[in-house]
Design a protein around this ligand. Structure first.
Ligand code: ATP
Ligand code: MG
Length: 634
């Protein structure tokens, strides 16, 4: 049955809503697709729901075709389940928690790895039951710190999430095989949805290599930063993007005597640069990290230090620190309490924590500034030479320098003293000659930037783009099965942890990304496959003969598999045309006494903005519309 405008709810808006910052958000509100209930919470109104439903059906069909089985899990999960994998802590304030009437704490699931693993652990005992790939289309809850851009980043959203289970990575039935199948299915899904996307390497997690890919719709309003080689053979998320080889040296001779300057009120590299009259790319940026895996101890350590300082009114004396070293239970002399990693990049670059972790050989996190201050570090004014005179007294430290910072040139740097910087810092004189070479490492530890060499090493240059992540495929490895004790018996009757993959798609983001990349100043230009309706019939006035013509025409179109919206409102034609452009169905058919006198209707394609429309004979129109829509579909 065709839909009559007056029998559904399409609250189009004349004005741009003030709160909408990006085109998709603005147009989804204006076209009456969604309504905001509260920050990051949206109602899908009938038009929006129809479009979403079409995307869901495409996703479902392709997942089924790729051999995945659909199921449905609860949105509520007991907190103990997330505690099994420590994600109860990892998710932090993003996790919605609540207490039920029995006093049990539950979470609204932000994703379902634990829930599916719990079920699999109960039912799957033997490798013979693997591989399996299970998926659901369900609501997820994340208390995002900055919900924004409409359904692009909200606190409640519908995701397709799939989880696969394997005994091996390689070979038939292995993770790689399903990963590839999901990757291909994603390409078909996004092709069918009419999206122009880029597949980028993303942070890879435990298995390493190309173990994670994101499907990104490139557009300026995207929140993700992507780098693409201009040779077209490499693209990656900035989180992961490697940089081609860069020459470096720590052996250059000094550019002058070390000169200390008082630099008051300089809170940023830019401010320091201005004050010292030095460009940021000639200033060393030092960021203090610590080994994340011993953070609990570090936190205790920081508390203890602060207690000591409070009691004695001064910084903790060294013997206390050493006593703590000796008492440490889970630590030996070689694994101290505060394992620091000092990252050095050029002032105009940013440290990449993933790369730094790989270079340091441990997971890093920013050093607690209190702890840093209490061991005497001039936080914000540290120099790489701190390795020679401060850190080694109390902690094991590793200095990791990005190749662009390991250069033979003029450098300004912190002076290891609050509000002071030095000029003419020299790597050899001020660090290398003073510390054991095993404590300094040069490695790619920064975010790639526009103009960097491509890691492929073919002379390609990396260029920056912005993108919207619509989907993500990820080789999880045994992270969840290890944490939750999910093993199966292999051919030799040995228990082996199950290897997992996970595959997500944000359904709302498909719509928003489609609109973001396909609209004009009048409204949305829907890709046919996810348009709320294929054909929008606009009668110039809805009475008499025209009513019957519209309903007959709609019946024929629907019989040909095209869904139809009829604008039966008693509005002026101008208003109806404006709304038709705004809601953006691919085909508009205008019916009037004039067109009927010629036994025709006027056909206009939404994507052909300038065209006047074409009179098509009444007995040809259905076939024409069907042809157009099938030509627009993949
Ligand atoms: P992001 O980096 O954008 O926060 P994510 O990497 O945390 O996303 P995943 O856990 O990989 O997201 O979720 C799978 C998919 O769910 C994403 O590719 C995205 O399309 C969608 N998604 C994630 N978070 C949101 C959100 N807050 N609002 C809408 N869709 C989301
Ligand atoms: Mg992701």
């Amino acid at each position: 049955m065709a839909t009559y405008w007056t029998r559904t709810l399409i609250p189009t808006l004349r004005q741009d809503p003030a709160e909408a910052e990006v085109p998709s958000h603005r147009l989804m509100l204006r076209a009456g697709l969604i309504r905001q209930l509260s920050a990051g919470l949206y109602t899908y109104l009938p038009l929006g729901w129809r479009a979403l439903h079409k995307a869901i059906q495409i996703v479902r069909a392709e997942m089924d075709a790729a051999g995945a089985a659909e199921m449905f899990m609860p949105a509520i999960e007991p907190i103990e389940l997330l505690a099994e994998t420590k994600r109860e802590i990892e998710y932090g304030p993003d996790l919605f928690r609540f207490e039920d009437r029995r006093g049990h704490v539950n979470a609204l699931a932000p994703t379902h790895e634990e829930v599916i693993t719990e079920a699999m652990r109960a039912y799957v005992e033997s490798y013979r039951q693997l591989p399996l790939n299970l998926y659901q289309i369900q609501t997820k809850f994340r208390d995002e710190p900055r919900p924004r851009f409409g359904v692009l980043r909200c606190r409640e959203f519908i995701m397709k999430d799939a989880y696969s289970f394997h005994l091996t990575v390689d070979g038939p039935g292995g993770l790689d095989e399903t990963y590839r199948r999901m990757y291909d299915a994603y390409c078909r899904i996004f092709d069918r949805c009419g999206l122009h996307y880029e597949i980028v390497e993303a942070e890879s997690g435990p298995i390493g290599g190309s173990a994670s890919h994101e499907f990104m719709v490139i557009c300026d309003t995207g929140e993700d930063t992507i780098l693409k080689s201009d040779k077209g053979n490499y693209s990656a998320n900035v989180d992961k993007c490697a940089i081609g080889e860069r020459k470096w040296t720590l052996d250059g001779s000094p550019t002058g005597e070390l000169e200390t300057m008082h630099t008051p009120d300089c809170a940023s590299i830019e401010a320091v640069g201005k004050f010292m009259r030095v460009k940021p790319k000639h200033i060393l940026k030092i960021v203090l990290y610590q080994n994340k895996d011993i953070t609990d101890i570090t936190r205790d350590f920081a508390t203890e230090l602060s207690d000591l300082a409070r009691v004695s009114g001064r910084a903790a004396p060294r013997e206390h620190l050493e006593a703590k070293d000796k008492r440490g239970e889970s630590t030996s002399q070689s694994i101290p309490h505060l394992e620091s990693i000092v990252a050095v990049v050029r002032g105009d670059h940013a440290v990449n924590e993933g790369k730094l972790s790989a270079a340091a050989g441990c997971n890093v996190e920013l050093m607690n500034p209190d702890a840093a201050q209490r061991i005497g570090l001039a936080v914000g004014f540290v120099s790489p030479s701190v390795m020679a005179d401060k850190l080694d007294l109390r902690v094991r430290g590793l200095l990791v320098v990005d190749p662009d910072a390991a250069q033979d040139q003029f450098w300004a740097s912190g002076a290891n003293e609050i509000d002071h910087h030095v000029k003419h810092f020299n790597w050899k004189r001020d660090v290398l000659d003073l510390i054991d070479s095993s404590r300094i490492k040069v490695a790619d530890i920064r975010n790639a930037a526009d103009g960097d060499p491509s890691p492929i090493g073919d002379g390609g240059v990396l260029r920056v783009h912005k993108g919207i992540e619509v989907g993500h495929v990820f080789k999880l490895g045994t992270k969840y099965s290890d944490a939750m004790g999910f093993t199966v018996l292999d051919e030799n009757q040995k228990q082996r942890p199950v290897i997992m993959g996970c595959y997500g798609i944000g359904l709302g983001r498909i719509l928003a990304a489609a609109i973001e990349t396909s609209h004009d100043e009048d409204g949305i230009i829907w890709p046919a496959a996810i348009a709320p309706y294929c054909v929008h019939i606009v009668p110039i006035k809805f009475d008499g003969e025209l009513c019957k013509t519209c309903s007959d025409l709609a019946g024929e179109l629907e019989a040909a598999g095209l869904d139809v919206l009829i604008d039966d409102r008693p509005e002026r034609p101008g208003v109806k045309f404006k709304d038709a452009d705004l809601i953006g169905c691919p085909i508009r058919l205008t019916v009037s006494d004039k067109t009927l006198a010629k036994d025709s209707v006027e056909l206009k394609l939404r994507r052909e903005r300038e065209s006047k429309g074409e009179l098509v004979r009444r007995d040809e129109i259905v076939a024409r519309c069907a042809d157009i829509i099938s030509g627009m579909s993949v």
